[in-house]
Design a protein around this ligand. Structure first.
Ligand code: BEZ
Length: 395
């Protein structure tokens, strides 16, 4: 395993410790010849399991290549971003300015990502996004030093509308956590569903991370749509699935979603999840040697089953290994570094993918159904789907 020297800070609580020098030994070590890798992920709150899975996957990819980057050892720094957008700029700056990291790997929540994006654009630090799908990061606010190994928020749902229409769904209700991830997922759903011929009869939402779904479920029952489509992830997704069934809607109004709905939550959701159809760029059940080997190695190392978040973290690690290898560990050689990362063909457990011009994966979207506690692939909903990258001008 990689030598780990960790500095785990939890948001503003440690500012005092840093300024009084309590963290000085780590800072001194950070000025050695090691590559400084900053992880900014949620380790508390509804998205905490997502942050853990991403970190696990990321470390695994690097460990598989000897635990070094371009021949250099690694010094690790960690911040718990708590999925709190108001703290994001301060947290990212802590990694960049105090810890002087060479790369920020994070994060999960789209609102927090906007803070990282600001810091990445201002400082020029290499930024690898292992989840958050906020459009602007690889559209209007794209940057040469920012790369995403996950998706844009509308990518999975752009593949959802047609399969729903093909299953006879004509009138659908959309429900989501109301922030960039849910709103942009809705854009993809609305565009694909209406293009196929469907009508969105109502858009429902609640603020992140609230999980009091009862009133909204009552409204769905009274609207009597042909189906419900949604964006929820993490602990909130498990609760939504259970509450949907408990409200008596399961079996009456079919539930569809952006595939995060059923990622990493199937044990917690239990039988209530059976039959849910989703679209996503990964599925546990992908029957390929690459996916099987990855799943086996991950389970052996972490005693956990991997999900899409682990895959995205793993691919972030693979991408960084490729970039650092191309510059023999000299991450300051930006032209060569970015070129290598832009032209990387990632051999992922999800299937091979490449980077779009705006630095977002061009990838297949799978149609999946939950069957016996597993996301089973039942088709390819979109082949080599690229985000539009609208408004991206690499400076
Ligand atoms: C987001 O905030 O971008 C996000 C969070 C969890 C799953 C997918 C997207």
């Amino acid at each position: 395993m990689t030598t780990r020297r960790l500095v785990l800070t939890r948001s503003a609580a440690v500012v005092g410790a840093a300024s009084t020098g309590l963290l000085l030994p780590q800072i001194v070590r950070a000025q050695s010849g090691k590559i400084r890798v900053g992880l900014m992920l949620p380790y508390t709150g509804t998205y905490a399991p997502l942050g853990v899975a991403i970190e696990n996957g990321f470390r695994m990819a690097i460990d598989e290549k000897g635990g070094k980057l371009g021949g250099r050892e690694i010094e690790w720094f960690k911040v718990d971003d708590e999925s709190e957008p108001p703290k994001a700029v301060e947290n990212a700056n802590r990694l960049v300015q105090r810890d002087k990291v060479d790369v920020i790997m994070g994060t999960v929540h789209s609102g927090v990502q906007m803070g990282i994006q600001k810091v990445a654009r201002e400082s020029g630090v290499l930024s690898i996004i292992p989840n958050a799908g906020v459009h602007a990061a690889t559209r209007a606010l794209c940057a040469p030093n920012v790369f995403r190994t996950s998706f844009t928020n509308s990518q999975p749902t752009l593949a959802l509308g047609k399969p729903m229409w093909d299953r006879g769904i004509k009138r659908a209700v959309w429900i989501t956590h109301k922030y960039a991830a849910g709103d942009e997922a809705f854009e993809g759903f609305r565009d694909s569903f209406t293009k196929a011929g469907g009508t969105v009869v109502k858009e429902l939402g609640l603020p992140f991370p609230q999980v009091e779904f009862q009133a909204l479920l009552t409204e769905i029952a009274s609207l009597k749509p042909d189906a419900v489509a949604c964006f929820f992830a993490g602990g909130a997704a498990a609760k939504f699935i259970r509450d949907y069934a408990a409200a008596g809607l399961k079996g009456k109004i079919p539930l569809y979603g952006s595939g995060f709905l059923t990622e990493g939550v199937l044990d917690a959701a239990g039988p209530a999840a059976e039959g849910i159809i989703t679209t996503l760029h990964y599925s546990d059940s992908l029957d390929t040697p690459r996916n099987k080997q990855f799943r086996l190695a991950y389970a052996k190392t972490f005693h956990l089953q991997p999900d899409v978040y682990a895959v995205q973290g793993y691919d972030a690690g693979q991408l960084l290994v490729i970039g650092a290898g191309a510059v023999k560990g000299d991450l300051g050689n930006k032209q060569v570094l970015y070129k290598a990362m832009e032209s990387a063909a990632i051999d992922s457990p999800r299937g091979k993918w490449t980077m779009s011009k705006s630095h977002n994966p061009v990838q297949d979207m799978y149609l999946r159904v939950v069957e016996k506690g597993e996301n089973k692939v039942i088709g390819i909903a979109a082949k080599a789907l690229a985000d539009s990258g609208a408004g991206c001008k690499m400076g």
